[in-house]
Design a protein around this ligand. Structure first.
Ligand code: KIV
Ligand code: NA
Length: 266
């Protein structure tokens, strides 16, 4: 399968082909999602919550992101691989953002980086893009700012907030971003933003009229007991995995595994 490259993102928007994105944090899932035809794999800083046992994304470091990104980029044959810059690795300014982005690109084989913020991150987007690294923006509910935002809450509700969010989206596009994630945004507001920016919008809890959709894979697959309201559970993989592990434990305990088929008899 031909690799998804940066120009395919805008072509998809222009052709009205919806883009698909899922998070992945390792080679096993990256290979499965790539084979399923997912267009973009996001090595999200949600790795902090989903894989590393943190309650927020704030403790995640660049050193956490790099091995995950390397595994995902190594496994993907077709998908466009995007890596999150974690909290504290780009906010200081264009220089810091560029240094982090270069380090990630040099060591992982990813296709692009992503970081949060609109106007406040425009100079960083511009600097990273100028160095030849594609940037994906992230607006609406931005988890790295959860303490300031008061937790996961819909952003852009009401005329003033909707206008500010649109201006942020325009600033991100103007700074050179190749796509923008919209998280927890009212559907009419993301529809409007999708209309006014030339780059693809990728929604999560942002309605049906975005140019694409993204979900955290553990939510999408039903790995845990709980998924956010906007994250449809497309499977009950957690229950399937628990059943497999339980069957294994039972068969070892009662002596039915390993049988002759799974043993070297001489
Ligand atoms: O880290 C992540 O998984 C993300 C998505 C929710 C867009 O940023
Ligand atoms: Na993220």
């Amino acid at each position: 399968p031909k690799r998804v490259r940066v120009h395919h993102l805008r072509e998809a928007k222009e052709a009205g082909r919806r883009l698909t994105m899922l998070t992945a944090y390792d080679a096993v899932t990256a290979r499965i999602f790539d084979e399923a035809g997912v267009d973009m794999l996001l090595v999200g800083d949600s790795i902090g919550n989903t894989m590393h046992g943190h309650t927020t994304t704030l403790p995640v470091t660049v050193d956490d992101m790099i091995p995950a990104a390397r595994a995902v980029a190594g496994a993907a044959r077709r998908a466009f691989v995007v890596v999150d810059l974690p909290f504290g690795s780009y906010e200081s300014g264009p220089q810091q953002a560029l240094e982090t982005a270069v380090r990630v690109m040099k060591t992982t084989g990813a296709d692009a980086v992503k970081f949060e913020g609109g106007k406040r991150s425009a100079a960083q987007i511009r600097a990273v893009t100028a160095a030849g690294i594609p940037v994906v923006g992230h607006l609406g509910y931005t988890p790295q700012s959860e303490n300031l935002l008061g937790g996961p809450r819909v952003q852009g509700r009401g005329d003033t907030a909707a206008e500010a969010l649109s201006e942020d989206a325009l600033a991100v596009a103007e700074a050179g971003a190749v796509a923008v994630v919209l998280e927890m945004v009212p559907a009419p507001v993301s529809a409007r933003i999708t209309e006014i920016v030339a780059i693809p919008t990728i929604g999560i809890g942002a309605g049906a009229e975005c140019d694409g959709q993204v979900l955290v894979w553990v939510d999408m697959a039903g790995m845990g007991d709980w998924s956010p309201r906007f994250a449809k559970r497309f499977g009950e993989v957690g229950a399937a995995l628990r059943a497999a592990a339980t069957a294994y434990v039972d068969e070892v305990r009662d002596g039915t595994f390993p049988d002759a088929e799974h043993s070297f008899l001489q």
